[in-house]
Design a protein around this ligand. Structure first.
Ligand SMILES: [Zn+2]
Length: 418
């Protein structure tokens, strides 16, 4: 682009303005491309353990725009030894996160754009009004498992990265791009990427935040409750069995849930709703016959909590609460800390300036009542589009909001790394 004469700072300002206009136009022109890319990502059923093919799509795309890429695997033993990493879930053989790097000229701040590619399973595809893996477009909504959580964000961020790579050749800071695994069960994908040194001076994660910036999220631990029983004909049973013990244990955990919700100390979490910390029994297993007492019943529990408590403290309280029920508790998957990063600072300012330019108003803060990968990055925020039915039926993401997110992230990144 041509730069008019004038003082150096004036020329710089003009250059930045023209560059910003070009970025906005560029992203607007990529809307169809974004939809096609998102469809391709949704079509890959990247549930836990099946992330390889979607990772190849991202890696290929990054290479085409000049990024050097590498794979980061999880050191399971190191994860186990870190009190805030997740308990390894599956073997990490053949499973990795993708990290791309596009160097700047040097001397500038780096930006790390990130997202997760794993999605949760579909429990009842028959209840969906559309194919969960079809990426069907209806008006402005694109449907599919993972469309909102968070392949829409991955697609938007890729479009943003492409725009910056192409239109900001004088950029001084490096641009990093990662797509991680296991955000939905351990967080060990992001944990290992940062641990491998791919940190960046700022981190943005494209979760569907409704075009707000999420600076805080609850902590989460997962556990497996195992209630033993004696197998046999139910006519021999004397009333209490594995299920009753399991029910007592769940009730005991509910009292811990009540206690922590009655003592919410962090005003940001208290403002979300009356009970910001939730427990879910997501899955139960066991038994083979109605008239047979089961050998064993298992319940899988997700437990949310706030920054008042550390994961190990919650685990101890859960253990103590159920100790008289005879039910075993095994911690697995998440042992994620809650976090509440500052709502102000240079990254928020940069994001706000870009958001205001595109949306005409300041960007609003958001507190997440689930865990997100930004807990591992003190300088990290989530920012992404509008979506609904995350983890549920007929999950969808709003395509216009993804174009907005891509534009805001491109402008933020260009300014940050200039
Ligand atoms: Zn997510």
């Amino acid at each position: 682009m041509s730069v008019p004469s004038g003082s150096l700072s004036e020329r710089r300002r003009t250059h930045r303005r023209l560059e910003a206009e070009a970025l906005v136009d560029h992203v607007a022109g990529r809307r169809d491309d974004l939809v096609e890319l998102l469809r391709a990502l949704v079509a890959e059923r990247s549930v836990l353990g099946e992330e390889a093919s979607v990772q190849r799509i991202v890696e290929q795309r990054l290479r085409v725009i000049g990024f050097s890429t590498e794979r980061v695997t999880v050191d399971a033993e190191a994860a186990l030894g870190d009190p805030y990493a997740g308990y390894p879930f599956l073997s990490y053989e053949g499973r990795s996160s993708v990290v791309g790097r596009l160097p700047g000229a040097g001397g500038g701040r780096s930006m790390h754009l990130s997202g997760h590619v794993d999605v949760v399973p579909v429990e009842r595809p028959d209840l969906w009004s559309r194919d969960p893996w079809g990426g069907e477009l209806d008006g402005n909504r694109l449907y599919g498992r993972g469309s909102a959580d968070m392949k829409g964000g991955v697609a938007a961020y890729l479009i943003a990265a492409e725009a910056v790579a192409e239109l900001c050749p004088e950029r001084r800071g490096d641009l990093l791009f990662s797509t991680v695994i296991e955000e939905e069960c351990t967080g060990n994908g992001m944990w290992s990427v940062l641990r491998a040194g791919h940190v960046g001076d700022a981190v943005l994660v494209g979760e569907s935040t409704g075009l707000r910036f999420a600076h805080a999220a609850t902590g989460v631990v997962w556990c497996r409750l195992v209630a033993a029983g004696g197998a046999g004909h139910s006519m021999l049973a004397t009333g209490e069995g594995a299920f009753d013990r399991l029910a007592q244990a769940v009730a005991a955990l509910r009292t811990v849930e009540d206690e922590i919700n009655a003592a919410v100390g962090d005003p940001d979490f208290a403002a979300v709703r009356e009970r910001p910390y939730g427990m879910t029994v997501g899955r139960i297993e066991g038994g083979v016959w109605t008239a047979s007492t089961p050998y064993e019943l298992t319940a899988y529990v997700r437990f949310g909590f706030g920054p008042e408590t550390l994961p190990e403290e919650i685990q101890e309280r859960m253990r103590t609460a159920i100790q008289d029920t005879g039910v075993e508790i095994h911690f697995e998957g998440f042992r994620a800390r809650a976090h509440n990063h500052p709502k102000t600072g240079p990254l928020v300012d940069a994001l706000n300036a870009a958001h205001e330019r595109i949306l005409g108003e300041s960007v609003a803060p958001l507190v997440n009542t689930g865990t997100v990968d930004t807990r591992y990055a003190d300088h990290g925020l989530c920012y992404g589009g509008i979506g609904e039915n995350l983890h549920g039926t007929d999950e969808w993401v709003d395509v216009d909001s993804l174009v907005h997110a891509a534009t805001v992230v491109a402008l933020t990144t260009a300014g940050w790394t200039a």
